[in-house]
Write a protein of this length. Structure first.
Ligand SMILES: Nc1ncnc2c1ncn2[C@@H]1O[C@H](COP(=O)(O)OP(=O)(O)OP(=O)(O)O)[C@@H](O)[C@H]1O
Ligand code: SF4
Ligand SMILES: [Mg+2]
Length: 323
């Protein structure tokens, strides 16, 4: 299978006054053409920073301090602002949780869509309009000709997110990075949007990186899942293995905390304790303070990812020897 993205040993830091917050630590992952990868983890785990660092869109004082982001064979992490503009919103599109991060409230949908097309493609105004209509139909927006003349506030939340998806498709990207794209929507609409994303990825062989704290959502849409904890990938593998046969104590804890896994009294089994401060990481395994399986050397060395027989990789000393 042809590789689309190859992230190697990526580090992202935020330097605030004298202190350094290590948001992403030694992350390596790959994505094949047309593959769908989920990135999950608690709030503050570094999911959004990782997603944005792929397209070098980290807000100051954030900076990629190490590693590579190989996209279609080139290290785009070293690209200049202008070089990156040709990739961002073109070959790689991003979908945010809040559609209003992308949409301008004072411009019609048609104007905004055409602006995006004309910024990246050498086409006439008429051709641009035809592309807009084609993409709106693709995301099942009824009466697209009429909708093009409307403003963002004239759409419901779910419809607005469909528009965002249509915008993200305008340049026929090979990769979409979606950061919590449905969290703000109600459950039924959430499912419709996820079905739509899945359908579009399949029909157009588009890669997808789906960032979410919702394990149920990723399990339906993605083929592989990476579990992030304190900026590190602690487990990565085929979706059915991560959901059905998790090996890292943190992944196991996340799954137990799912509402469907609630015990008889309907209580969630939250993982006790908190993620360590990214300003002051322990020397050993970042999960050690919360881990029920910890061993003596877990406080001394950070475990690296090891291959398991189930096709997953896990960073945990208790799994050495494989399963
Ligand atoms: N602009 C910034 N300045 C300083 N620190 C930041 C900035 N953006 C993110 N961080 C820090 O980086 C760490 C990772 O944040 P990130 O937003 O990636 O988490 P997340 O996993 O996406 O969480 P959530 O599920 O809440 O969206 C956090 O400790 C956060 O405080
Ligand atoms: S390396 Fe040790 S502390 Fe970390 S998750 Fe595994 S057993 Fe727990
Ligand atoms: Mg986030």
């Amino acid at each position: 299978m042809e590789q689309l993205l190859d992230i190697k040993h990526l580090n992202v830091d935020f330097t605030l006054r004298e202190k350094t917050l290590r948001a992403v630590r030694d992350v390596s992952l790959t994505l094949n053409k047309g593959e769908r990868l989920g990135i999950v983890g608690e709030s503050g785990a570094g999911k959004s920073v990782l997603g944005f660092s792929i397209i070098n869109l980290i807000s100051k004082p954030g900076k990629i301090t190490g590693g590579e982001v190989m996209f279609e064979g080139e290290d785009i992490s070293k690209y200049s602002y202008d070089e990156m503009r040709k990739i961002r919103g073109n070959k790689i599109s991003i979908i945010f949780q809040d559609p209003m991060m992308t949409l301008n409230p004072v411009l019609t949908i048609g104007t905004q869509m055409k602006e995006t097309i004309l910024a990246h493609m050498d086409v006439s105004d008429k051709e641009a309009e035809a592309i807009c209509l084609e993409k709106l139909k693709k995301v099942y927006i009824p009466s697209p000709e009429k909708r093009l003349k409307q403003y963002p506030h004239e759409f419901s939340g779910g419809m607005r997110q469909r528009i965002i998806i249509a915008i993200s498709l305008l340049t026929d990207p090979s990769l979409i990075i979606a950061d919590e794209p449905t969290t703000a929507l109600d459950v039924t609409i959430q499912a419709e949007i996820m079905d739509l994303l899945l359908e579009l990825c399949e029909t157009d062989n588009m890669g997808l990186i789906l960032i979410t704290h919702d394990l149920a959502v990723v399990s339906e849409v993605t083929q592989r899942i990476a579990v992030l904890y304190a900026g590190r990938v602690v487990e990565i593998g085929p979706t059915e293995q991560i959901i059905g046969n998790p090996q890292h104590p943190y992944t196991q804890g996340l799954l137990k905390a799912l509402p469907e896994m609630a015990d008889g009294e309907n209580r969630l089994n939250q993982i006790p304790g908190m993620m360590p401060s990214l300003f002051n990481m322990p020397d050993g395994c970042p999960f050690e303070p919360r881990c029920e399986e910890k061993k003596e050397h877990c406080t001394q060395t950070v475990p690296g990812l090891i291959e398991l027989a189930n096709g997953a990789q896990v960073a945990c000393f208790a799994r050495e020897g494989g399963k």
